[in-house]
Ligand binder design. Structure first.
Ligand SMILES: NC(=O)c1ccc[n+]([C@@H]2O[C@H](COP(=O)([O-])OP(=O)(O)OC[C@H]3O[C@@H](n4cnc5c(N)ncnc54)[C@H](O)[C@@H]3O)[C@@H](O)[C@H]2O)c1
Length: 257
């Protein structure tokens, strides 16, 4: 294997969902894919996506912005089609990162929060995988689908029942799709970030529960968006062609404790 070539994403086209904020994990992963050579279409419900793609050099630099509500069939399908179009009709990589969380005692957990979290984190992910696989199956070279899971794919945690249920689903969905699509040359894998220091967890990191997590992380610290960059490039590249159905924890050793 020519290792440098195997890890290169030159001439590849990627869709990344959920990368509207520079502080988020998906932004870090999107820029990693781009730095490895890929053109990247950022798909998100937030208008922030336009300024963000612009600040990264926009279309002239291989960053495209497409606004879509991934929970709405029409918007999702139009957004997906637009993204594939701006990428030149090919889709090599789909990174499914859009996600929501809500923290509340399970006994009082609101139904609307349950519905929207399952919708964004799991159902919309499945439909995006399906759209991507229909393109990837019919193109030479297949493709790479990377779903963003979580520590709560493995454990239930507390006070985030919808999030934990959705991320448990992400793990099983990843395996189920891999089983069917690997034969088409489509690798389906997931990255399970550990406890990451981002806006999503800002209200938790300094709580008693947050401190307990820190104490349990062998690396001795919460992760940063940069910690996911190597793993996402690996799973998006031909270096991982024989890896499928895997859930890769990037957690500073947390799950091993
Ligand atoms: N931050 C963490 O500690 C952590 C840990 C483990 C896993 N994750 C997962 O990583 C992923 C990214 O997290 P993040 O930290 O970047 O969060 P983030 O809040 O920065 O990003 C989530 C993105 O999803 C988008 N989104 C929400 N609903 C949408 C919809 N209906 N349609 C389109 N886009 C929608 C938001 O606009 C936002 O840009 C999520 O799946 C999250 O569950 C995060």
């Amino acid at each position: 294997m020519d290792v440098a070539k195997a890890f290169s994403l030159a001439d590849k086209s990627a869709i990344v969902t959920g990368a509207a904020k520079t502080t988020g994990l998906c932004y870090g992963m999107a820029t990693a894919l781009h730095d490895a050579g890929a053109k990247v279409a950022l798909v998100d419900i937030s208008d922030g996506i336009f300024g963000l793609a612009g600040s990264l050099g926009g279309e002239a630099n291989g960053y495209y912005a497409v606004k879509a509500n991934l929970c709405d069939k029409e918007s999702r399908e139009a957004g997906f089609a637009k993204a594939v179009e701006v990428l030149g009709g090919r889709l090599d990589i789909l990174l499914n990162g859009a996600g929501l969380q809500h923290r509340c005692d399970a006994i009082d957990f609101p139904a609307d929060k349950w519905d929207v979290i399952i919708d964004v984190n799991l159902s919309a992910m499945f439909y995006m995988c399906q759209l991507a696989a229909r393109v990837m199956k019919n193109q030479p070279g297949g493709g790479k689908i990377i779903n963003i899971a979580s520590m709560t794919s493995f454990m239930g945690s507390r006070r985030i029942p919808a999030y934990a249920a959705s991320k448990g689903g992400v793990m099983q969905l990843t395996k189920a799709l891999s089983n069917e699509w690997c034969a088409f040359g489509i690798n389906v894998n997931a990255i399970a970030p550990g406890y990451m220091d981002t806006e999503l967890t800002a209200n938790m990191i300094h709580t008693e529960q947050g401190k307990q997590h820190t104490a349990r992380i062998p690396a001795g610290r919460w992760g940063k968006p940069e910690d996911l960059q190597g793993s996402v490039v690996f799973l998006a590249s031909s270096a991982s062609d024989y890896v499928s159905g895997a859930i890769l924890p990037v957690d500073g050793g947390y799950l091993g404790m």
